[in-house]
Design a protein around this ligand. Sequence first.
Ligand code: UD1
Ligand code: CA
Length: 453
Amino acid sequence: MAKRSAVILAAGQGTRMKSPLPKVLHPLAGRPMLAWALANARAAGCEEIAIVVGPHFPEVGRTAAEWVGTNNVFVQSEPLGTGHAALAAEGFIRAQTGECIILFADTPLTPPQALAGVFDTLEAGAGVTVLGFEAADPGGYGRLLRNEAGDLVAIREAKDASPEERAVTLCNSGVLGAKASDMVGWLKRVTNDNAKGEYYLTDLVELARADGRRAAVVTCAEADVLGVNSQAELAKANAAFQVRKRAELLAAGVMMDAPETVFFAFDTQIGPGTRIEPNVVFGPNVIIAGGAWVRAFSHIEGAIVEAGAEVGPYARLRPGAKIGAKAKIGNFVEVKNVTMGDGAKANHLAYLGDGTIGKGANIGAGTIFCNYDGFAKHKTEIGEGAFVGSNSSLVAPVQIGAGAYVGSGSVITKPVSADALAVARGRQSEIEGWAKRFREKMASFVKAKAKQE
Ligand code: UD1
Ligand code: CA
């Protein structure tokens, strides 16, 4: 297979986002749009990837450099159009040996298979290939114009289109590919003689045909190539991603009573036979094994949940939470950076931060791991089969031995030995008949006062 490469355009100003955050760094399902484009290109087999950034958001350039290396980041000094932007990466394109695709950072959901389809037609001899789609409402998209034979002859931007051309519904997703060795020459011949006075990448179709080369179209679904120019369009792209992800998980045997109320991150992994109740939100980096049960209104990010575990309702798992097989995390329990052994339980109202909980341990309602002293975080280690009574504060660093009991309401500041009972609270005392005497005294006092008035 010829070497595949990609240039991602991310130099637009993104003014329509009306946000201090650069457009291409806006997250979609927990991952910045630019990272989506990069991941799509990589998954399509691109070995070399360049990113073109603008000078107005140095943050984008820095982030891009972390991902593809400084040498593969190019700055387009002025936003003069997509053709001009691609040419900013001239040195990169010249150095590539095979086919190269140009794609936009504001089109995050493009399936890698669709990009691979573009490469396939190029490798089969097309001079230029464009990824198109049938638009329900073509609006501002570029129109793909074909001749009677069905060959792509030009891409017409909406602003430059005649009424007949505007009626065309086959549109340009923005992805365009060519042999790297052809591309630079064509990019250099692009002019800005059009309605916007911009250098259009889309002119490559006509330039290739003028050189006697064939222009091809491969298509995909509109929902896969939604361009994001505003917050509303970002929300729409997120909705499209959720529809795709829910369908994928249902097909893989995940049970969901109301999938439309469950929100996933780009990388959520869930095993077959796991049940997800309504209104659950997943942040990035979650792996849930098969046969688990995530109950309603739980929020889960950066966590691993093993087979047969039960989480929620109303549970919060934060980064570093590892819930063992058949363990239970109940309502209003927050877990952060804690490894919980198989079959351990924390069924109600607890904060478990920074520590380990042994197999089969039972953490009572209201238990708090006091992990932070205002400067550093410390660990709480609880042995296998230990029992922590309700409303206990475990002041870290601290260890509770295997099989030990902690009496309810304790504030534990020292290690507890295995199989011991630790109680750290005021001792209970009793005064016989006190309540009765108190009531009688108060009653006579109330009577005397009423007489006076
Ligand atoms: C572009 C296409 C249009 C297509 C649509 C799909 C052109 C001329 N038009 O229009 O045919 O239907 O995308 O969404 O290509 N960018 C730069 N530098 C620039 C201008 C843009 O890097 O000077 C980048 C932007 O950051 C963005 C992408 O290129 O990621 C697309 O630019 P945008 O202005 O959004 O193009 P559209 O008008 O949407
Ligand atoms: Ca756009």
